[in-house]
Design a protein around this ligand. Structure first.
Ligand SMILES: NC(=O)c1ccc[n+]([C@@H]2O[C@H](COP(=O)([O-])OP(=O)(O)OC[C@H]3O[C@@H](n4cnc5c(N)ncnc54)[C@H](O)[C@@H]3O)[C@@H](O)[C@H]2O)c1
Length: 301
């Protein structure tokens, strides 16, 4: 098996995806909206899904205004039946799905023992179960397609590290990465034309920390982290449009690992590899590091 760095040739995403159908969850804003617009620009029909029907309708209108073929399906990715219905609607409208991006995700901030069971479960159900539901509802039909198909699960740099005040998010993203590695192996045995990718964004300028859930006995501690992370995304983050372009290029290139910030990803994975190889305890503490660097470029999201 070759490493990604050996496969340098870039594929024209328009050739890989033009005329095909994309399904993108969490498309009502941020990275999902930008992925939808970029997919449409590459000539794809786009099925967009989001929990927030009003935001989804705005994105549907934007896509229509640029002449895209678009179907909007309000969907809660936590609900397996709703994701089945999304797959049914996509196939009924367009006959096949070639690209699935399981992108919907949410943030929470707070110490692990102060996190309510409701917040913990919501985090795992949106971020991890949502990806599982997408795989379950779409992969069998995509795998049986005579065309190349692509499944991209949006994890995070948080999937390869850990830190304080954000455990529900780290745990959910570690789960997404493990699920995606397993899907890669199983699809490799069953579906030779399917590409599986783990998307690992670092800081991207979106609303994710505006909508973050918080539970704490000490609001000043969560406020400090929220301020730091919002400032970090605002000042150091790349735009969702740049992230979307990098992600769809990586998918077209059939990469498993798709970091939006390759250098930052390499730094975090190498720290993790050292920790595991030398059996040292965890040291990463992303929000604190950002504070200490005074918001200089780096970290996570
Ligand atoms: N922004 C970053 O810096 C960053 C970094 C690493 C990973 N990510 C990941 O990228 C993905 C997209 O995040 P974003 O930054 O664009 O966030 P965002 O908040 O801008 O967009 C997320 C979208 O998901 C939708 N959503 C929330 N719950 C849902 C549900 N139950 N069902 C369907 N849709 C739901 C929201 O309504 C929203 O439109 C997430 O998985 C996130 O964890 C983001």
């Amino acid at each position: 098996m070759t490493s990604q760095s050996c496969e340098a040739a870039m594929t024209d995403p328009r050739q890989a995806f033009g005329g095909r159908t994309a399904v993108i969850t969490g498309a009502g804003g941020g990275i999902g909206r930008a992925l939808s617009l970029h997919a449409a620009d590459l000539g794809m029909r786009v099925v967009i899904a989001d929990l927030d029907a009003a935001r989804l309708e705005e994105v549907r209108r934007e896509l229509s205004d640029v002449g895209a073929t678009v179907l909007a399906v309000p969907t809660d990715v936590r609900d397996a039946d709703a994701v089945d219905a999304l797959a049914g609607a996509a196939h009924a409208a367009f006959g096949s799905v070639e690209l699935l991006v399981n992108n919907a995700g949410i943030e929470s901030v707070g110490r692990i023992w102060e996190t309510s069971p409701e917040t913990w479960q919501r985090m795992q159900r949106v971020n991890a179960d949502g990806v599982f539901n997408g795989i379950r509802s779409f992969v069998p039909r995509m795998g049986a397609s005579p065309h190349p198909t692509y499944v991209a699960n949006v994890a995070s740099v948080a999937a390869v590290t850990s830190g304080t005040m954000n455990a529900a998010y780290y745990a959910s993203k570690h789960a997404v990465l493990a699920m995606t590695e397993c899907l890669y192996l199983e699809a490799g045995e069953q579906f030779p034309r399917m590409t599986v990718s783990a998307v690992c964004p670092a800081a991207v300028r979106t609303r994710i920390f505006e909508d973050a859930l918080t539970d704490t006995a000490d609001p000043s501690s969560t406020d400090e982290v929220l301020d730091t992370m919002r400032g970090h995304l605002r000042e150091d983050g790349i735009t969702a449009e740049v992230a979307a372009e990098r992600i769809l290029q990586g998918v077209a290139d059939r990469q498993f690992w798709i970091p939006t910030h390759p250098e930052r990803f390499a730094e975090l994975t190498s720290r993790r590899a050292t920790m595991l190889n030398q059996l040292t305890p965890p040291t990463a503490n992303v929000a604190k590091e950002i504070q200490q660097r005074g918001n200089s470029p780096a970290p996570t999201g």
